[in-house]
Design a protein around this ligand. Structure first.
Ligand code: BDR
Ligand code: CA
Length: 315
């Protein structure tokens, strides 16, 4: 019997982060050890509260620890236009059912990694501040990390500035530390996450599950769809974050290409851009497996099975 892959989800919920929490908690190939939070889609307090409320919504009980409030250089700036005032607008969510961990995010990651009998995979779906701080504070634990599979960057253009994607733009110094770490990295950037669209057909499939959880998820995704339409003019919203986890659950969900990836730290107009050398023009060695093409059906089947399994347990 294959044991489930132990993971820690480092996130800033956020609608798509919430979907990643559900997938992590429900999929039998994954053992969700804990959740850590980082300021991004909202302030640290808001996104931490949201992680707690999503766990309450789906009866998930795992340690949750608060992480970084500010990026490694400068001050935090949240993305409220996309996720609303609460950072998770669109549905009534229950109040938290358990207290936060007394550990900080870095302490919780170190504790869970040290005490796990297998190597642990980190899934960051927000700015990379906590992960970079963990790597700097605990070099002795680097060989206990199986993969870091993160949502961020793009092989193409950005969404927060013309060339920078939000998670990388929010803390480029942290992203630079992670990308230079030498650890096995998988990058799910906008080029693939924009294939994970919550279309009306997908919303319909979720509604047909006919559970309280499914209805709440559809309300959240409808809010997300409205803001994506208003802000980016996209007809359907991309559910970015669970893609980074789906690849760990089933490698055939995405086609990966090894490439050198660097973070632009100083560009006047391009700070936070991921410079992905797909054609080997820089002569640098590949440091990242870059996710290129999504098996859209497999992705949504995993996501819908997760919502079904968590929702049916509540009936
Ligand atoms: C990323 O930014 C956030 O708004 C989403 O949660 C996702 O992690 C997409 O650029
Ligand atoms: Ca996120």
């Amino acid at each position: 019997m294959t044991l489930p892959t132990p993971i820690i989800l480092d996130c800033d919920p956020g609608h798509d982060d919430a979907m990643a929490i559900l997938l992590a908690a429900a999929n039998p190939a994954i053992e969700l050890l804990g959740i850590t939070t980082v300021s991004g889609n909202g302030s640290l307090d808001k996104v931490t509260y949201n992680a707690q409320r999503v766990c309450a919504l789906a009866n998930i009980v795992v340690p949750i620890a608060k992480g970084a409030n500010d990026p490694m250089a400068g001050k935090a700036s949240a993305a409220p236009t996309i996720h609303g005032v609460s950072a998770l607008d669109g549905a009534e969510l229950p109040e938290p059912t358990f207290e936060l961990s007394n550990f900080s995010a870095v302490e919780l990651i170190a504790d869970l990694v040290s005490n796990c009998d297998r190597k642990v995979t980190l899934i960051p779906t927000g700015p990379l501040t906590n992960i970079a701080m963990f790597l700097q504070a605990h070099p002795e634990l680097h060989d206990r990390i199986e993969h870091i599979s993160f949502m961020g960057g793009s092989t193409e253009r950005g969404n927060w500035t013309p060339y920078a994607e939000f998670n990388i733009w929010a803390d480029p110094e942290a992203a630079d530390i992670v990308l230079r770490s030498g650890l096995p990295l998988i990058m799910s950037g906008l080029n693939i996450t924009h294939q994970a669209l919550a279309t009306p057909e997908i919303l319909n499939r979720i509604l047909q599950l006919d559970t309280k959880l499914a209805n709440t998820i559809v309300d959240l995704l409808k809010f997300f769809a409205d803001t994506y339409r208003d802000v980016f003019g996209m007809p359907d919203p991309p559910v970015h974050d669970p893609v980074a986890l789906a690849i760990i659950i089933d490698a055939s969900v995405a086609k990966l290409v090894s490439a050198p990836v660097s973070i632009e730290l100083t560009g006047e107009f391009t700070r936070g851009a991921t410079v992905v050398d797909l054609h080997g023009t820089t002569g640098q060695s590949a440091n990242v497996d870059v996710a290129m093409e999504l098996d859209v059906d497999k992705f949504w089947n995993l996501m819908i099975e997760a919502i079904d399994s968590l929702g049916s347990k509540q009936k």
